[in-house]
Design a protein around this ligand. Structure first.
Ligand code: NAP
Ligand code: MG
Length: 403
């Protein structure tokens, strides 16, 4: 078979530890034999971030703006222990944070579902995608603990010096107090990323806040979504046969549990933090959770939701066999390749992405999987637990069957 040709490079962001090992294996076993892989390579591994003073992360995000599609390996976010371990000159910022700030995007997380590993919620038949607004609110708050009686006020000083004041509470005894904010710009970007991704994946979009209680703050979110939907997306949604709807967060929670899945649930920052953990846990394994950052301009960065799997990496360094699940990283590649194929008009690339995903799922459904999944397996015959590399080789055999 001739290898599939690409016209535009994918922005390839390599990473750290166990996922870096799997990254190379995935390319060697599943991509290079079938595709004339064209990538612009950025090494986001911690040593290279240190060497370039993190410029490589910025460059990779700029390249994503230029080409439109990136695929990223998991990377270490340094903490004090990592500064010591890697002899860093600084505690470099989270690469994901840096990339997200440059692309101004929203992260969409979707579980990979396979027969034989069922979600905790029995009526969920299709994946539920969570979109979290990762800016502002309680994550950028100012907090204060009044130690005794006093008046708490909300004061806004406009650029022209004029002041607006509002009493929050007259304290007669100690208590707690908090201020938070968001911006129309950030909420609008969030809304556009969500509408864009709903169209891309042909799924309904749900959005929920608590605007009955938060009559200005949450209501502003609701209004911005509604305005942008009406002005820019209503017709396209109708043509695609999908819906946008807004409801209260408590109603959304009840509906999500009763649903059969197959939609995108857009959440404010805190709701998304909590609900994404709940939904992903209920679907099964962190190793089966895919993630894509979508910018309001329509740039895409695909990755796995999990980290660099440090514990397995230390075993690997000692020469022990590890059973690290590469599924989410494989799906990061297929997501990126499919999008590249779609943008460049290369149907063969889109078909290959579909085939690779089907092959990976077929291997698991056939009872061969990494150890994390073997523990969840409910198939009739017992699961065969294999190493990450053996699993990739089994996928390759499955892909080759289809040639
Ligand atoms: P992690 O790498 O996600 O791993 C936590 C645990 O989850 C593992 O020890 C393993 O459990 C299980 N696990 C996760 N992915 C797995 C996979 N593919 N296959 C099998 N098991 C898997 O999280 P972490 O240990 O908290 O973080 C490690 C490093 O990753 C940190 O330096 C952190 O900064 C970074 N991180 C990066 C990203 C990103 O780049 N997007 C996201 C999160 C964390 P068992 O050990 O029980 O087998
Ligand atoms: Mg959380």
């Amino acid at each position: 078979m001739d290898k599939i040709k690409m016209t535009t490079p994918l922005v390839e962001m390599d990473g750290d530890e166990m996922t870096r090992v799997l990254w190379a294996d995935i390319k060697k076993e599943l991509l290079e034999p079938f595709i004339d892989l064209k990538t612009e390579y950025y090494d986001l591994g911690l040593p290279e971030r240190e060497r370039t003073r993190d410029q490589v992360t910025v460059d990779s995000a700029e390249a994503t703006k230029k080409y439109g599609v990136a695929v990223k390996c998991a990377t270490i976010t340094p903490n004090a222990q990592r500064v010591e371990e890697y002899k860093l000159s600084q505690m470099w910022k989270s690469p994901n944070g840096t990339i997200r700030a440059i692309l101004d995007g929203t992260v969409f997380r979707t579980p990979i579902m396979v027969k034989g590993i069922s979600p905790v919620v029995k009526n969920w038949k299709k994946p539920i995608t969570i979109a979290r607004h990762a800016y502002g609110d309680v994550y950028k708050n100012s907090e204060f603990q009044p130690k005794g009686p006093g008046k708490a006020e909300l004061v806004f000083t406009a650029a022209d010096g004029s002041e607006t004041r509002q009493t929050i509470f007259d304290f007669t005894a100690p208590g707690v107090l908090q201020g938070q904010y968001n911006t129309d710009k950030s909420i609008s970007s969030f809304a556009r990323s969500c509408f864009q991704y709903a169209l891309d994946t042909k799924q309904d979009l749900w959005f929920a806040t608590k605007d009955t209680i938060s009559k200005q703050y949450d209501h502003r979110f609701k209004d911005i979504f509604q305005e942008i939907f009406g002005a820019e997306y209503r017709d396209e949604f109708a043509r695609a046969g999908i819906d946008y709807f807004y409801t209260l967060i408590d109603d959304a929670v009840a509906r999500v549990i009763r649903s059969e899945g197959g939609f995108i649930w857009a959440c404010k920052n805190y709701d998304g933090d909590v609900m994404s953990d709940m939904v992903s846990t209920a679907f099964g394994s962190l190793a089966m959770m895919t993630s894509v950052l979508v910018s309001p301009e329509g740039n895409y960065e695909y990755e796995a939701a999990h980290g660099t799997v440090t514990r397995h990496y230390y075993k690997y360094l000692k020469g022990e066999a590890t059973s690290t699940n590469p599924m989410a990283t494989v799906f990061a590649w297929t997501g990126a390749l499919r999008k590249r194929g779609e943008l460049d008009g290369i149907p063969a690339l889109e078909r290959f992405a579909d085939r690779l995903e089907k092959a990976a799922i077929a291997v698991i459904e056939g009872g061969v999987m990494t150890r994390d999944l073997a523990g969840l397996w409910e198939g009739e015959s017992p699961a065969k637990a294999v190493t990450g590399l053996e699993f990739l080789k089994a996928i390759r055999q499955e892909v080759e069957k289809g040639i």
